[in-house]
Design a protein around this ligand. Structure first.
Ligand code: GUN
Length: 296
């Protein structure tokens, strides 16, 4: 058996097509959804991610601006900018690209964002609202994973989902999304992490296995149950002299070996990545719709 490839680029395009209609509708009513991104320093991955988000905004008719601060910017300067952006009516969504330089307390900055403009869904208010099943915004990468599953015919309802990785950006919010008693969720969720005793024994029980550990190819074929659906959230740069850039991207799974065992798997790149950007667009449009609904 060779696994079906879950095409994140195609599913992301499908969602953007649906979203374009909503943006056009808002613009007809005189509202252009606005997204502002704040980047501090020149981390190459962050530069590339922010550029991708800006391009996606432009393609959809969402207004976007990127504010770039030098690496040595003081924490209070970034906090003051966030306060200013909270009040700026042009922007419905604010995103501060992570990681921030070490001298800046990321939690302090994320906590300063107005929860109704927090399109990343990282503010503690939004984390709490997600957990109780009443979210303003779903965090982008986990929401992208849920949409990939639903739209490729693998509804998580009643399935055993094993998540490897407990980050605040992916593992924990994905658990909170999939455990809800809701359509497209309602799964039994296990979260594995560095303290998990026999990782392979747990991953082999998964109907749906999510790899979100942030280490290249750590999920090997022997850890995957025959016929499982595998979603690879990893984006790891490994040296490759045959590439102009000097590196290539690999996920957290041993993709080629798992292809022969799984029912379906996402590639890296072209799996979860395009979905993350698209769900950010979804949240920005939602933020604009929320503001409009409040005015009515
Ligand atoms: N850095 C890596 N992923 C993300 C993300 O989803 N949002 C932000 N703001 N920073 C990130």
């Amino acid at each position: 058996m060779t696994a079906k490839i879950i095409d994140g680029t195609k599913i992301a395009e499908e969602i953007r097509g649906e979203l374009k209609g909503k943006v056009d509708e808002l613009r007809k009513q005189g509202i252009t959804p606005g997204l502002v991104m704040v980047r501090v320093g020149e981390d190459p991955a962050s530069v590339s991610y922010v550029r991708g988000k800006s391009k996606a905004s432009e393609e959809l008719g969402i207004y976007s601006e990127t504010i770039v601060f030098p690496e040595d910017t003081k924490e209070e300067v970034v906090l003051a900018k966030v306060e200013e952006l909270n009040k700026d009516p042009k922007f419905h969504g604010i995103l501060v690209q992570l990681p921030l330089p070490k001298h800046i307390d990321s939690d302090k900055v994320l906590n300063a964002i107005d929860p109704k403009k927090d399109v990343d869904g990282f503010h503690p208010v939004n984390v709490g609202k997600l957990l109780i099943g009443e979210p303003y915004f779903l965090p982008c990468t986990p929401h992208g994973v849920q949409q990939l599953l639903i739209r490729s015919g693998y509804d998580p309802g009643g399935k055993h989902v094993v998540i490897c990785g407990r980050s605040n950006i992916v593992g924990k919010p994905l658990m909170a999304i999939l455990v809800q008693k809701k359509k497209g969720a309602n799964a039994t969720v296990t979260v594995c992490h560095t303290g998990t005793k026999d990782l392979a024994a747990t991953t082999r029980q998964a109907d749906i296995l999510i790899a979100a550990m942030g280490s290249p190819k750590v999920i090997t074929a022997d850890m995957v149950r025959e016929g499982a659906v595998v979603i690879d959230v990893g984006v790891n740069r490994i040296p490759d002299e045959t590439k102009k850039s000097g590196y290539r991207l690999v996920g957290d799974t041993d993709f080629d070996a798992i292809l022969e065992k799984a029912e379906a798997i996402t590639p890296v790149p072209g799996g979860v990545g395009p979905m993350t950007v698209t769900m950010l667009m979804v949240n920005t449009v939602r933020a604009a719709e929320m503001r409009l609904a409040k005015k009515r």
